[in-house]
Design a binder for this molecule. Structure first.
Ligand code: HEC
Length: 286
């Protein structure tokens, strides 16, 4: 009888998970090596504000994908990349139900963001091998920096949407030290412009994909720029012309600017982004 029950349950498991039940990644309370991947956010067993660490050796035990990538601008093509799809990390961390937004945190304050929609369109994966090699033997990345500890890439990328002159952008950070898991609807709601005028809503989509990588709002977003949403709102409101110029060509306003230019953004696109940030200014909400 016991034997029959066992047989039945393993048959059920096999039907639910054709490749075998998902493996769970062990989470260490402390960093054991610079190669450990930091895990935070809405993850079972990780309290809010706490971090856990996953070892490289455990990540490579998960089922891997391998692609010859020709259009990742961080690499001279072609390059063979292997790793774990971000979507496969969710069950491996015991995260289930509801939509997740995954943020990839980089050592220089940059943050890549992966919504459910982005993951379904582009299948981003956490790179664990470059040219079949482990991180110790990786080549140097752009600007002579390390690609590691982790980076994210795609088999290939073609934009899945555009808003005005903004085209869906490949989120391909390197120097990734950790992943943070958010309840996607909560984050998207937090970034919604107060009021729902059309230009601000168009700007919302652009800001969420572009500006959020280096500018912060609450507990999400990069920290490469010292200016978060409240400061950007004040600049957009107080000096919309300079704000717009900065977005398109930061160097035209500040010769020392580190922010990348967005030369493809036309007047309507700049107006939408400006309207979006401006709607967060306290004056606008009276
Ligand atoms: C790759 C990182 C990055 C991205 C993406 C980015 N910024 Fe920036 N931004 C910066 C940095 C860094 C600064 C600080 C000044 C500098 O070095 O340019 C900055 C400064 C600014 C400033 C302040 C200018 C001042 O008054 O000094 C504005 C306004 C701004 N960014 C708007 C935006 C908007 C709007 C977007 C999205 C369309 C955006 N940024 C996307 C990195 C970024």
């Amino acid at each position: 009888m016991r034997f029959a029950v066992l047989l039945l349950s393993s048959a059920l498991l096999a039907a639910a998970f054709p490749g075998g039940a998902p493996q769970r990644l062990p989470l260490a309370p402390q960093r054991g090596s610079p190669q450990d991947l930091e895990i935070a956010g809405d993850v079972p067993g990780v309290a809010q504000g706490e971090k856990r660490f996953v070892r490289y050796a455990d990540l490579v035990k998960l089922p891997q994908v391998t692609f010859t990538v020709r259009d990742d601008e961080n690499f001279p093509p072609p390059v063979q990349l292997s790793g774990v799809p971000l979507d496969a990390l969710l069950p491996a961390l015991g995260i289930g139900g509801g939509k997740q937004l995954i943020a990839a945190i980089c050592d220089d304050g940059y943050e890549g963001h992966y919504t459910g929609e982005y993951r379904a369109a582009h299948h981003p994966f956490l790179v664990l091998r470059i040219g079949g090699k482990e991180p110790a033997n990786w080549p140097k990345g752009p600007d002579g920096k390390n690609y590691g500890p982790y980076l994210i890439s795609h088999a290939s990328f073609s934009p899945a949407f555009h808003v005005l002159a903004h085209k869906d952008q490949a989120q391909i950070p390197y120097g990734v030290v950790g992943l943070r898991f958010f309840d996607e609807s909560a984050v998207l709601h937090q970034l919604l412009p107060p009021g729902a005028a059309v230009p601000a809503m168009q700007g919302y989509r652009i800001a969420q994909q572009n500006c959020l990588r280096c500018h912060r709002e609450g507990d999400i977003g990069g920290t490469k720029s010292p200016f978060g949403w409240p400061q950007m709102a004040l600049i957009a409101q107080g000096n919309p012309t300079a704000f717009g110029k900065y977005v398109v060509r930061p160097n035209s306003v500040n010769p020392e600017a580190n922010m990348p230019a967005n030369p493809e953004y036309d007047a309507a696109t700049v107006a939408a982004i400006t309207a979006y940030f401006r709607s967060f200014a306290p004056e606008e909400q009276k």
